[in-house]
Write a protein that binds this ligand. Structure first.
Ligand SMILES: [Zn+2]
Length: 168
């Protein structure tokens, strides 16, 4: 039998793990108390790699964070956890991850500003180009246009007069 199930959307518990829509940038520092484990008690794999040689989260025991209170909740999982990271190491990892995030947030913010400048500039170019065609004449332009119109009328008048004189 061929089953075709209609899928519903998942409900994420941890929004920081949900994929971000394209173009959405990071502008805020996360609010974790502990950046070593992101308040989960588990040292994040990319962070664990900094202190455990060739660490592989799929193969190796998960290092428990000792830099905050959260790690304690995993101590009962003996045999699956790695408790060798000292508090000092976790505090250093926390600092490293914080710096990492600050850098990321700063770069993203600078990118946003650059992009915003670009957009502002483009918008103002378009606005100027549009306004050249569409805006009403300002008064000095109006008088100049009137002057040109007057000149043209006078020429026509003089031409007419000239023609008249020749005819006469
Ligand atoms: Zn922690």
């Amino acid at each position: 039998m061929n089953f075709e199930f209609k899928k519903i959307l998942p409900i994420p518990v941890r929004t920081e793990l949900t994929p971000k829509p394209e173009g959405e940038e990071i502008f805020k520092m996360p609010t974790w108390k502990c950046f070593c484990c992101h308040d989960t008690g588990w040292v994040r794999p990319h962070i664990a790699k900094l202190v455990i040689a060739e660490y592989d989260s799929n193969r190796d025991r998960t290092p428990v964070c000792q830099g905050c209170e959260q790690g304690r909740q995993w101590f009962h999982l003996k045999g699956n956890i790695d408790t060798r990271l000292h508090q000092i190491t976790c505090k250093e990892l926390d600092k490293w991850e914080r710096d990492n995030w600050e850098e990321t947030v700063r770069t993203q913010f600078e990118k946003l500003l650059k992009n915003k400048d670009f957009v502002d500039e483009s918008v103002s170019h378009i606005a100027t180009a549009k306004s050249l065609r569409q805006r009403a004449r300002i008064s000095s332009e109006q008088s100049y246009a009137q002057y040109k119109h007057d000149l043209a009328s006078r020429d026509r008048y003089e031409l007419k007069v000239g023609v008249c004189n020749e005819e006469a």
